[in-house]
Design a protein around this ligand. Structure first.
Ligand SMILES: [Mn+2]
Length: 329
């Protein structure tokens, strides 16, 4: 099934660094953790270094504190040149933060395993399976192919990743295979309710306060088909919440029948401005994200905001016009 190159890559190297995209999500972290366990089972040396911290709701899978944020070069192994890098859940090296400068040029080689659309140069051998619901779904199949025993900790990390990236088994790329894998992981001891509870019922009170503030910024455009929310760093500071706790706010407007596109402009505590977009049906927000140097999937994409929220908002609305003009005819 095309896993030859990745199996070869894993087999012929001994020391691995794993990383993923900036602001890592459930799939990014669950995939990293299960791959870390798999590599160690094979007798390999493996470490995780990420650009950003893991949101607390995902860290229950990581009992040994493996999600390390790379702050400076001193944290890296002295024999970094002996290592190879596996990049998970992202195929754009512009989106792995400081790993691109501090690790990538110094390791022997690298390999990408991902399921996002790619607009960037990737190596032929890289494993990019766009039809997969999640990176974890790809990893499960690699582990099966390599006959690596998936123990409870790995199963839990994989299940968390799949639950997160499929919106609890409902997003468009959820297939019978996704359920087959989930079935096997439950057979291995995963408790779906416990995963749900950790990921979706563990928000802090400050995050609830932040949510109420951000909901109050809601703007509706195109006859209530497009929702826009905005969060600046003062909102975060005033609420006492952590930036990562805002990552689900974008999904709230989509619960309304009329809303076809949800746009979330957000600024982090360092002042970095990002725009996230979600859509339903045939509306392709990845194209819009790509036009700003970002990326993602047709129904979930984002980019770093190059100008003020207000001016980018106007541009995005203009780009969305084709969808809503046609509809009103
Ligand atoms: Mn993913």
């Amino acid at each position: 099934m095309g896993y030859g190159p990745v199996i070869d890559f894993i087999s012929k190297h001994d020391k691995f660094i794993l990383t993923t995209h900036e602001t890592p999500d459930g799939d990014a972290l669950g995939s990293e953790y299960s791959m870390l366990c798999a590599l160690r089972k094979l007798g390999k040396v493996a470490r995780i270094f990420n650009a950003d911290p893991a949101p607390q709701k995902f860290t229950f899978v990581d009992k040994t504190g493996e999600f390390v944020v790379l702050e400076n070069e001193k944290q890296l192994p002295e024999d970094l040149g002996e290592y190879v890098l596996i990049i998970l859940d992202v195929n754009d090296i512009n989106n792995i933060g400081q790993i691109a400068g501090l690790v990538l040029p110094k390791v022997k080689n690298y390999f990408i395993i991902d399921h996002h659309d790619s607009e960037h140069d990737t190596l032929n051998e890289d494993l990019i399976q766009k039809s997969a619901s999640s990176t974890a779904e790809i990893l499960y199949q690699i582990f099966q192919e390599m006959k690596i025993d998936i123990d409870f900790d790995m199963a839990q990390a994989l299940f968390m990743a799949i639950v997160f990236d499929t919106g609890s088994f409902i997003y468009p790329k959820t297939t019978a295979l996704t359920f087959e894998i989930a079935h096997d992981l439950v057979v291995k001891g995963v408790n779906p309710n416990q995963i749900y509870s950790n990921v979706y019922e563990s928000n802090s009170t400050p995050s609830l306060i932040l949510m109420s503030k951000i909901m109050s910024t809601l703007e509706l455009e195109y006859n209530n088909h497009v929702a826009i929310q905005t969060m600046d760093k003062q909102d975060i500071i005033a609420s006492g919440a952590r930036y990562e706790e805002s990552d689900q706010f974008i999904n709230i407007p989509l619960k309304s029948r009329d809303i076809k596109v949800s746009i979330f402009f957000k600024e982090n505590l360092e002042g970095l401005k990002r725009c996230s977009m979600r859509s339903k049906g045939d509306i392709d927000v990845a194209i819009i994200a790509q036009s700003y140097g970002g990326g993602g999937h047709k129904t979930a994409a984002g980019f770093k905001c190059p100008r003020t929220f207000e001016s980018v908002k106007e541009e995005i609305l203009e780009k969305l016009k084709i969808y809503f003009d046609q509809e009103s005819k």
